[in-house]
Design a protein around this ligand. Sequence first.
Ligand SMILES: *Cc1c(COP(=O)(O)O)cnc(C)c1O
Length: 857
Amino acid sequence: MKALRRLTVRAAYPPELAQLGQIVANLRWSWHAESLDLLEAVDPELWQSCEHDPGRMLGEVTAERFGQLARDRKFLRRLEDIGDDLAEYLEQPRWYQNEQEAGADLPDSIAYFSPEFGITEVLPQYSGGLGILAGDHLKAASDLGVPIIGVGLLYGAGYFRQSLSRDGWQLEQYPSLDPQGLPITALHDAAGAPARVAIALPESRTLHAQIWVAQVGRVPLLLLDSNIEENDADARQVTDRLYGGGAEHRLEQELLLGVGGVRAIRAYCAVTGTAPPEVFHTNEGHAGFLGIERIRELVDDPGGAGLDFDEALQAVRAGTVFTTHTPVPAGIDRFSRDLVAAHLAGMAPLPPERILELGAEEDPGIFNMAHMGLRLGQRANGVSLLHGEVSRGMFNALWPGFDTEDVPITSVTNGVHAPTWMSRDILEIAEREVGPDAVEEGGGWAALDKVGDDELWRVRNVLRGRLVGEIRRRMRASGRQRGMSDAELSWTATAFDPDVLTIGFARRVPSYKRLTLMLRDPERLRALLLDPQRPVQIVIAGKSHPADDGGKQLIAQMVRFADDPAVRHRITFLPDYDIGMARYLYWGVDVWLNNPLRPLEACGTSGMKAALNGALNLSILDGWWDEWFDGENGWAIPSADGLVDADRRDDLEADALYDLIQTSVAPRFYDRSGSRAGDAPTRWVQMVRHTLKSLGPKVLASRMVAEYVRRLYAPAAVSSRRMRADGYAAAKQLAVWRAGVVSAWPAVAVLHVDSQLSGEGDAQLGETLTLRAEVALGGLATDDVTVEAVYGSVDAEDRLTETTAAALRVLEQIDGTTRYEGEIPLDRTGGFGYTVRVLPHSELLATPAELGVVASA
Ligand SMILES: *Cc1c(COP(=O)(O)O)cnc(C)c1O
């Protein structure tokens, strides 16, 4: 019989254990080693059987056990200590407060929107990298004291749980998560009723949602849940699962996230007295409607500043940061324009055409969420240097007239939250040598030079051994689940070997990540696995999107290869990749493999987590690895990008991969010749130490969040305040100015340029060139523009490279033309070139490219 309704009954603690409730109510326990130890000590067996879910465990602890603990002086002392530590963590000034103390002008509050958040496996609200990154962003923000409010959706079934059929086909289960059993609490309004938001849907329907709060250290994460009684049956399903359903379902999720999310923030700030966000950060395009809702708030405000759409747009853009995460056009959300148009009723009185314009792209029938994100955000970034470059090319059309390198999309390279992803063993070494704040401040990692080879190698062996135990346990569980008997599975007891070079490969399974590249030449792979002197073993995991049969084929191919009795002790596909499994992999593998089709991996973060545990990366030079591979911290698989024949490209890159493993990776791992005591492979351990030292401080999410604060949030807050001041005077002024500049621009032109050398004869290094330009300003004032010389080296096609810009000064104005003059230094030998261009200029712009207009000679 199926239950009509379910509820979870929470435990009542004896008063002596009240602090246990506080510790569990804050997800900081999930990355705080001492809290985890304490929770385990409550009931070690239950802790295991409840899969490290403290809420579930505490619900099952017997009254007798609670009674014992309430009398256990040692336990009570630890409890008090950890409770105090949490209180201090939540209240004491941290990096952000110290920056403010030192005079930095930082936002009072920042909202961070994401369709998924991966905080812990106990709150399964993520599918992959985007969500894990969002979780790490909140955790690092908490550690640094950054006043962020996270906003997302609460999916009734999360993503899905993966298992395998007998023949290796991915099966999906959607467990129904009971919010009462999750580590979240309902937000209540001032009257004590559950706080709700409502959004108008087509056909006079309304979508209601309840607001839940997950407390992530100092950071609240608001999660919207449409599964409530006020809703009709369809509306209840809006938050049923992550990335499920068709276009309309998806659009309704995104309206709820963006529009409902802003309303949830208003409700949260009202109840808690939190400062309203000055900056809104949207993690990928899905939450883009948040900008529309903020425009609506400003326009539809009878007692307010009386802004029109354009003025409100300027005010909103100034305080919005947009991060793009995909270089794959198919990864961008695109809806039919008609579908979006039908869903804008709740945005009245905003004119629907104006909203639709914001999502316009090449195809007039399409509404593009990334384009809206870029138009609604004055500041935008990609997530690695390479991805920034690729994004500037991909979105160049939004800034016509500008070269790719001038497209105003910068990059902040992703990072990972060390306390979540580092093994205890390595973290202890880092904290001992680098200092307790190592992972927050990112300095001093060179001190790892003091750690001996033997100690590092011993830890690596312990971690590999732990992983092998976990692999065996999971192989058995998966085998049983696939219908195999214990007798059939007895071989798993000795599968994998704690002394064999272990390679890990785990990630989602979209085609560009090439799960099966290693199967390109199965004989070669078999030979590597079974090499009598230098064998390798490979552990593989990953979920395919439920609608992607191509991805499921790849998984089935992998499973069938690994099922072969000849190799199954050396290679395995483990189902149900999640945070809980990922940690064992990052801790225990020697080598982390990544072979995407360059440049389609925006950043990639799994390799960073592995590196923080001393694993060496073996990867295509894509995403973060393109930026930080230094020749000593791992291996770069040569990529054949540019090659049009995809099959041939796969062949070449797979060959390069096999060669590297065979001739470089395995020999180095098994070379014990240089070792004195023990049997540490000296050169391998050197690479491990170098990886920790060089990548440790760079790959941290705390480095990433601090960069967002300094380079994007702080400037956005300054712009946003400026827009708001004096009844939005600057927003009004900017809207009028922009319209004037854009309409005058067709008449703006560089009419004539001449130049004069400072010396006699041919141009020589060290001389200067005086430029004079005649410019038509189309009725604009000289203050409205910058006229600049752009100079640098020229290539064979006369293209300028490595350019510098120098503003020219006004000489005189005669009959509608303005004459400018300036000097440029001949500061390099060889091909040198220059041009002159006119750009809009205003103090209120973040970059001169912002309006997308330029006039060049
Ligand atoms: C880090 C992580 C990811 C993302 O890894 P990529 O390298 O970006 O593919 C996905 N899933 C889990 C569980 C992770 O921990």
